[in-house]
Write a protein that binds this ligand. Structure first.
Ligand code: CAO
Length: 440
């Protein structure tokens, strides 16, 4: 048994280098090449690996200390000092730090002639080079040993938020991430060969100026939900057109009535009315799959969510029991819910309980789009901008200008058959082109 000092090796022309991670504790048994601590210069970070095995007896260094070549790291008790390795003059190379770390760790120990008085750990890898797999940017700041740990587990650091100083990713962060990932539905269930490969993490600043902005809370939540819905429900989108020429004339005439009540009688209110009518006729669109996929849950209430664009992102307020309300009542509720959404005053229960959704982009523009189902609902109606079109009138044998509204119905094909999809949009088309039916 002998006690030896471990000191900082030649780290190049650096003085006052920050210790940013101490990777061992007193009492730890370490092997040659185990990383002891991580230093950070202005340019990069580097691990200091052990050059001998033994038990850490004392640590003389803490995170935040500043060190240079020769600074004392700690004391090591070694059983067989004669067999320990000394590598006073390791090879310098221009290869990447990670490559070198790997090389050093893979190298067999070289036996020394004499037990060393002072042990100088191996020259740390030079902080140059950049890995294609691991982001060197702000969000993926990590020491070589942490990166190696991640790589051994197949973890892409680009997906991890570091909890260390300057958002540094620590081994603990990776462990937490892996635990969370393991708790998620497994890729094998989808067939491993179809599991998506990680997104490459590209340093866009290499190609020009960039600006990073944090996503709003709403965007983060809705993004995660949209992604889940998109990969869970096999989407089919059925397109159709509805002739709303008469409906628009009626709506504009009725607006005078609505003005007296201070209500804006919007097209969306009529669309909701048409949808609940179609849902009543085709109840499968007003259902949800049970979580195990074994049962269809049909709902006897008709709550229509409508996508509402707010400065913070997309929210979906819900008009409850729309079947029991007339168009004017629906319009009034739409106005109140939209204002609340934009003023961030919506309550949780005003966004819950939806059975079907509508996403209307008609006021903005576009001819068609494929909306994403608001799961566990099974269908959503997308509405684009209406436009005057020449429609052939068989009786008059001539073209007539008609106001045509494009409809895009996305449905979950596990629940809804293609034929029902076409029947549903045909029903909507019939309701919207004959306003009398809507008001029945
Ligand atoms: N075709 C042509 N014009 C339309 C139209 C359509 N389909 N729908 C509405 N308009 C016109 C209206 O006539 C109205 O014009 P005027 O101001 O001249 O009367 C204008 O667009 C505004 O319409 P509106 O007051 O009825 O509101 P709206 O129904 O267009 O929108 C709401 C309400 C809440 C749906 C909307 O504000 C919104 O947030 N839309 C975006 C939804 C969204 O982001 N969906 C995407 C979800 S998936 O990412």
């Amino acid at each position: 048994m002998s006690t030896q000092e471990i000191v900082i090796p030649d780290i190049g022309a650096f003085d006052d280098v920050d210790v940013i991670e101490v990777l061992v504790n007193v009492g730890d048994t370490i092997k040659t090449d185990d990383p002891l601590l991580t230093l950070e210069t202005e340019k990069a970070s580097m691990d200091i690996p052990a050059t001998t095995s033994g038990v850490i007896k004392e640590l003389k260094i803490r995170v935040g200390d500043k060190v240079k070549e020769g600074s004392l790291i700690g004391l090591l008790e070694s059983k067989n000092p004669a067999e320990e390795k000394i590598q006073e003059k390791p090879e310098k190379t221009e290869k990447s730090k990670e490559d070198i770390t790997e090389k050093l760790i893979g190298e067999p120990s070289r036996p020394s002639q004499e037990p060393p008085e002072k042990i100088k750990p191996q020259q740390p890898p030079l902080p140059v080079g950049e890995s294609n797999l691991i982001n060197k940017g702000k969000s993926s700041h990590a020491s070589p040993s942490t990166r190696k740990f991640a790589r051994n587990l197949g973890v892409n650091l680009a997906f991890i938020q570091g909890s260390g100083p300057k958002n540094r990713i620590l081994v603990d962060d990776i462990q937490i991430y892996v635990k969370q990932e393991m708790a998620k539905p497994r890729a094998e269930n989808m067939g491993n060969q179809f599991a998506p490969i990680p997104m490459p993490n590209i340093d866009f600043s290499k190609f020009g100026d960039i600006e990073s902005k944090p996503l709003s809370k709403i965007k983060k939540i809705s993004g995660a939900n949209l992604h889940r819905n998109w990969v869970t429900a096999p989407h089919v989108t059925q397109f159709d057109n509805a002739d709303i020429t008469d409906l628009e004339v009626f709506r504009k005439n009725m607006q005078k009535e609505a003005d007296k009540k201070g209500v804006k009688l919007t097209l969306l209110a009529f669309l909701i009315k048409a949808c609940v009518n179609a849902l009543k006729a085709y109840p499968v669109f007003n259902s949800s799959l049970s979580p195990d996929g074994a049962e269809l849950i049909l709902k006897d209430y008709h709550n229509i969510g409508f996508a509402c664009d707010t400065p913070d992102g997309l929210v979906v307020p819900v008009v409850k029991d729309a079947l029991k309300k007339d168009v004017l009542e629906i319009a009034e509720e739409l106005g109140k819910l939209s204002s609340k959404a934009r003023e961030r005053k919506l309550k949780m229960d005003e966004m819950q309980g939806g059975t079907f959704s509508i996403s209307s982009l008609g006021g903005i523009g576009g001819t068609k789009f494929t909306p994403i189902i608001n799961c566990p609902e099974v269908a959503i109606l997308g509405v684009s901008r209406s436009a005057m079109q020449p429609i052939y009138n068989k009786e008059k044998k001539e073209f007539e200008p008609r106001l045509i509204l494009p409809l895009s119905l996305s449905y979950d094909h596990r629940v809804v058959d293609g034929a029902d999809g076409a029947r549903f949009t045909s029903h909507l088309e019939m309701m919207l082109s004959d306003v009398r039916r809507l008001l029945l």
